[in-house]
Design a protein around this ligand. Structure first.
Ligand code: NAD
Length: 315
């Protein structure tokens, strides 16, 4: 089996590629090493993969790819590449979000449209497309009202996938991830920043009153959802919430990290940030029913694994 993983040098894409190769897949990873965060961290993400036979990496921007040749013999495309980050999606950098999230997805969909051998395109969508969700836990049928420019581009890319599905039969499936965490998490994300601060004994910035809640998903659970989405009957043309199974306040997370690490945060408080949803919570019953999805990793266990990993981060 041959799969393409876009964004393979990133947080989720590198874990997914490792899992696929270890299960006997041949994987072509594609990544352009966007400078959103340092290349050294992405090289570290790839270190294990580069030792594995069955993995190749192509360093290229998805917009420039000659898809017809790459997609020959490819069964599944796991499309993880994106310009992530809610806060930097305001202002001048919006063009990057359009390019990496929307135009790159459109080019890929055009390629798949002309490659009938591709059995599935699994797209990394996001809970951010719900914005301040109208109901919690949130069903896939809830209205889609992003509150950040990032969320708007993720929603547009997801909709584009379904347009290609409806019009040309592109076998598109969307996984709406709810805050993914674990070893290799991006350096702009909260848990990564918190753990780095504890290790370097620097203060953390806590935005808002700490009462905001998130559904946190350990990365291995997100990977399991991808593997299931690649083959499950009834998944094509559908979107699925992928959450961690519990909704936790930021204040509770900070306490758990302190317990796991045996260290204490020095906190600086700041105002809530525009673009951040106040609460997220996934109703995963559709994913359970069609993908057999059942999150396995509890928050404390996931944070323990992530804390151990953070010890190897360059200070
Ligand atoms: N991490 C989360 O909590 C989370 C939550 C919801 C959705 N997502 C989605 O999951 C996916 C993976 O997120 P992540 O946290 O691993 O991000 P990441 O930034 O670690 O990985 C994305 C990778 O894509 C690459 N990339 C971006 N644009 C590209 C292009 N045009 N061509 C080739 N490569 C390109 C980047 O260089 C990067 O290595 C993204 O689509 C993101 O929107 C992530």
């Amino acid at each position: 089996m041959y799969a393409i993983v876009t964004g393979a040098a990133g947080f989720i894409g590198s874990h997914l590629s490792e899992r696929l190769v270890s299960q006997g897949w041949e994987v072509l990873g594609i990544d352009s090493f966007e400078p959103f965060y340092p290349r050294a961290l992405k090289e570290a993400n790839l270190a294990k993969l580069r030792q594995m036979t069955g993995f190749r990496l192509l360093e290229v921007d998805l917009v420039e790819v000659d898809w017809s040749s790459l997609l020959r013999n490819c069964q599944v495309v796991f499309h993880q590449a994106a310009q992530a980050g809610v806060r930097s999606s305001w202002g001048d950098q919006f063009g990057d979000y359009l390019h990496h999230n929307l135009l790159a997805t459109q080019r890929l969909l055009e390629g798949v449209r002309q490659s009938p051998g591709v059995a599935r395109v699994v797209f990394a969508s996001s809970s951010s497309i719900y914005g301040d969700a109208e109901s919690l836990p949130t069903l896939e049928t809830a209205s889609l009202q992003p509150v950040s420019p990032y969320g708007v581009t993720k929603l547009a890319a997801e909709r584009l996938g379904f347009v290609y599905h409806r019009s040309f039969g592109v076998p598109f499936t969307a996984l709406r991830y709810f805050t993914v965490y674990g070893p290799r998490q991006r350096p702009d994300m909260a848990f990564h920043r918190f753990m780095r601060a504890l290790r370097t004994e620097t203060p953390i910035d806590v935005y808002g009153d700490g009462g905001q809640t998130r559904d946190f998903t350990f990365v291995s659970d997100a990977i399991a959802a991808n593997l299931a989405a690649a083959t499950a009957d009834g998944a094509v043309g559908e979107a699925f919430n992928i959450g961690g199974g519990s909704r936790v306040t930021l204040a509770e997370v900070l306490t758990t990290i302190e317990q796991v690490s045996g260290r204490t945060f020095e906190r600086r408080t700041g105002p809530a940030q525009p673009g951040d949803a106040r609460h997220t919570s996934a109703d995963t019953s559709k994913a359970a029913h069609i993908l057999g999805y059942a999150p396995q990793v509890a928050l404390r266990d996931g944070l323990t694994a992530m804390w151990a990993w953070s010890g190897d981060l360059p200070q």
